[in-house]
Design a protein around this ligand. Sequence first.
Ligand SMILES: [Cu+2]
Length: 341
Amino acid sequence: MGGVDRRSFLKRVGAAGAIGGATVLGGKDLLLAQEQSGGHRAGTDLGHEAKAHGGGTVGSVDHARNGFDPHDILTDFDYGEVSKDSTGRTVREYEFVAVDKEIEVAPGVFFPAWTYNGRVPGPSIRATEGDRIRVRLTNTSEHPHTIHFHGIHPSAMDGIPGAGEAAPGESFTYDFIAEPFGTHLYHCHSLPLLQHIHRGLYGAFIIDPKGGRPDAHEMVMIMNAFDTNFDGGNEVYALNTIAFAYMDRPIEINKGELQRAHLINVTEFDPLNSLHLHANFFNLYRTGTSLKPSEFTDIISMGQAERHMLEFTYNFPGNFIFHAHVTEFVDLGWLSSFEVS
Ligand SMILES: [Cu+2]
């Protein structure tokens, strides 16, 4: 792969048909298939389409080998080990282990990731504003790592070199009060920063307002990408790491039920990523820090580390795609779908 940039990679996989035949064809053919078939079972049609074109094995990512499943990652909020301190404050404790691990990000496409707890993204930490958060990071890798939380905390807890960095074989415990409420993130802040984030050391940090929010089906959606040949550009784009994961198996949601997505952009190398919802509009809560939406739209563009809370409800059953409206990203994996029933 040396010297192959991502644009020729796109052509290459399109012709050779490894991830290729299936998924890259899929992007375009799928939209067509959607229009022609009314959108039914588009994910499956994608596979048949690729086989019909002689694209070789459609293949699928081995989630068991990866040790995590993108469908679980949507909703596996981690409330930690819960206790109360002497003042009656809720304490949430977490154990994070930084571990190097090769992961499959598209069928047959592997990436030498650096992970928290063996998964990309890391655990989705969830707390209520005012809770005390204690996260012990143990570093089993060969590089120094930190956890830098977006939020309000003392400088000693900032998770940067010199303030909360764990050297290989060592541990550090971050201890702070969760504030302000919103959709936030954490990531490694060791240097070089691009390398440490891009390798997979990031995750969602959701702080709920004290009064809570209306009941909803909640999901974490992290827009990420992978420079699999280390040429300074991404070859694979995804929502929650695995290219086309939610095309192969659409996200099943209920008609008429409020959906709440915590959308976080950690994409490196590209200044913007975006999400466009098909056949629907969403209420946008910027950074999730307000109880009132600031916008009603069907597309949001985000720089790196920007994150927003999106609320929407589907009133029609069927298959609905959603994707980056940087269209190149769509063909390289950032295409997802809901199955509304
Ligand atoms: Cu790091």
